[in-house]
Design a protein around this ligand. Structure first.
Ligand code: WTA
Length: 566
């Protein structure tokens, strides 16, 4: 029997106070995610239970109990306070998936700080825009990544401390830096956890839009109610499960479902500090007897490419439930996984802004391959026409919109309330995605309604790529689009017009690619550069990315006069 039981019954008459009660949280109880993910589990007598089975890229394994989580997060909370970091100040984490990433995430929350995770693959420019916008008070990082921070720290006058996680006593710290290891530090048995309210800010996740700088979606501590219940009902986690979320905490899936959801339920999870590699992944499942697996379509397509034969070499019989997020999950991937693993991947849909799953396929409910499923209990979802009115015709595509009010909804964009306000129309939150709804209430994803590029589940802003390209001496102007890709859904392709005096060449192409990789990240690096004499523009001078995208996909270009008026 699945945790959710009957979806229809749970949807009817649902109230979020249900999740609050399950967590033992009253209106008047101080709320802190850090407490609910560690101390509370220990108070339930499960302090000795394994919280994290960590495997490094060399295959080394370390295990940590819930009591370890409690102590090590206390250590971080205490350390930050000792540096004078106050509640609501932004503490960024910039690490690979080392254990201290997880301890410090909870520690920052415990002392009332706002935790802002960053991808370890970010280049200096990506880092600087986020650290500047979020007014970082502190950064927690690792020796391998410190060079990137050292190169930009002079541009961050408000930065008080850089904490470098290392056991190496001879590590040479520079100005503002402190080296630290939670495991070696004096154990802080008791820490006065910051008594948050439902609306106390918790996590700041940067996400990319079409225009402007990356936006920091701000969440609050009561997001835990939605993260807890969606983990329980969509991922179906039960006390004896060994759970594996493949996402990096630089991405919202890695925090909502790689930290908060599973640990608020007291579940053991596996963390793998390395990227995709077929043998490594299957071996991990076999070795740790993983039961529930949350991954993404690009990874599933890579596994499909490796074929069925390799699957037979491993014992994957521990698996019992599979879920996916981040991109449209093609029907073939669902059918394939059913055939090869004996289990279908269950698609789940959500965004950084929604904080938790909002549309999903549930265990026990028929999976329609290719569909995202149905709205989670407590979520009212529909599709709207271009005037933001609900489309009451089944099968017609429109904008996916949600009725505001679920606990994990973002509360603002950091420093950008105007953009936040622009996301709400006629009393609906507009996701920026398009879908249709069939006669049985299943949602079918159609595409994004903007120019944001989704590469392997990671959103890349064309604006960020174009802005970075302008800094290259040879580039006069450019346009970045998503080019369809059989594995990654889309890859970044750029059209570049060169300044006079520069000639196109293979060397220049490579140089520009590397330029973006270093400044932004490997994900934002163009996989293809097309040199052009000029770019198509609207009458107001805006580059017509949509036209370039349609040409690239061999789609009809549409009415150029409307494009020109954009
Ligand atoms: C896309 C990731 C199709 C969508 C949790 C959304 C999906 C964006 C799905 C959010 C899905 C996410 N099917 N598309 N199941 N899940 N997306 O903010 O465009 O990194 O708006 O959050 O990914 O990406 P974000």
């Amino acid at each position: 029997m699945s945790n959710i039981g009957s979806y229809e019954e749970k949807y009817k008459g649902f109230d979020w106070s249900f999740a609050r009660k399950e967590l033992g949280c009253k209106d008047s109880t101080p709320l802190n995610i850090g407490f609910y993910c560690s101390d509370r589990i220990c108070q339930q007598g499960k302090g000795g239970k394994i919280a994290m089975i960590w495997e490094g890229y060399k295959g080394e394994v370390e295990k940590f109990t819930f009591d370890d989580l409690r102590i090590y997060s206390n250590n971080y909370a205490h350390l930050l306070k000792s540096f004078g970091i106050k509640e609501r100040e932004r503490v960024f984490i910039f690490m690979e998936r080392v254990p201290d990433l997880y301890f410090s995430f909870l520690g920052i929350l415990k002392m009332g700080g706002i935790v802002a995770p960053l991808f370890s693959a970010f280049g200096e420019e990506s880092l600087l825009t986020r650290l500047e916008d979020g007014n970082a008070s502190a950064i927690i990082t690792i020796p391998k990544l410190i060079k990137k921070i050292r190169r930009i720290k002079d541009q961050l006058p408000q930065l008080k401390k850089i904490i470098i996680v290392t056991d190496d006593e001879n590590f040479k710290s520079e100005e503002k830096e402190t080296s630290f290891s939670a495991k070696k530090a004096k154990r802080v048995e008791k820490f006065d956890i910051f008594p948050g309210t439902f609306e106390t800010p918790s996590v700041l996740h940067y996400t990319s839009g079409t225009t402007g700088k990356p936006k920091g979606a701000l969440h609050v501590h009561s997001s835990i109610f939605a993260q807890y219940l969606t983990t329980k009902w969509c991922l179906d986690l039960k006390p004896d499960d060994i759970y594996w979320c493949t996402a990096d905490p630089g991405w919202v899936t890695g925090t909502s479902y790689g930290i908060i959801g599973p640990w608020s339920l007291g579940i053991t999870q596996v963390v793998l500090d390395s990227g995709f590699q077929v043998g490594k992944w299957y071996n991990l499942i076999q070795k740790h007897r993983i039961t529930v697996w949350y991954s993404a379509p690009t990874a599933i397509r890579l596994l499909m490419k490796e074929g069925e034969e390799i699957v037979k070499k491993y014992d994957l019989s521990s698996l019992r439930h599979l879920c996916s997020v981040g991109e449209p999950l093609n029907a073939e991937a669902v059918t394939w996984s059913k055939k090869v693993y004996g289990l279908p991947f269950h698609d789940t849909y959500w965004q950084t802004e929604t904080g938790a799953i909002v549309i999903s396929n549930y265990p026990g409910m028929e999976v329609r391959p290719g569909s995202m499923g149905k709205p989670f209990p407590g979520i009212v979802a529909t599709v709207l026409d271009s005037s933001y009115n609900p489309i009451n015709k089944t099968g017609s595509a429109g904008l996916i919109a949600l009725k505001p009010g679920w606990p994990s909804m973002f509360r603002n964009y950091w420093n950008n309330p105007a953009t936040y306000d622009s996301k709400f129309k006629n009393g609906w939150y507009i996701t920026g995605d398009r879908a249709s709804i069939d006669k049985n209430g299943y949602f079918w994803f159609v595409g994004r309604d903007d120019d944001v590029i989704n590469t392997a589940g990671h959103l890349v802003s064309p604006f960020e790529v174009e802005s970075a390209l302008l800094e290259h001496p040879a580039v006069a102007e450019s346009a970045a689009i998503g080019k369809p890709d059989p594995i990654n859904l889309e890859v970044v392709k750029v059209f570049v017009a060169l300044k006079s005096g520069f000639e196109k060449s293979d060397d220049l192409e490579l140089e520009i690619m590397n330029f973006i990789r270093k400044r932004l990240s490997p994900l934002a690096m163009p996989q293809e550069i097309e040199f052009v004499d000029s770019l198509p523009k609207t009458r107001s001078g805006k580059i017509m990315r949509r036209l370039l995208r349609a040409q690239e996909r061999g789609e009809p270009i549409g009415d150029l006069s409307t494009l020109e008026n954009d």
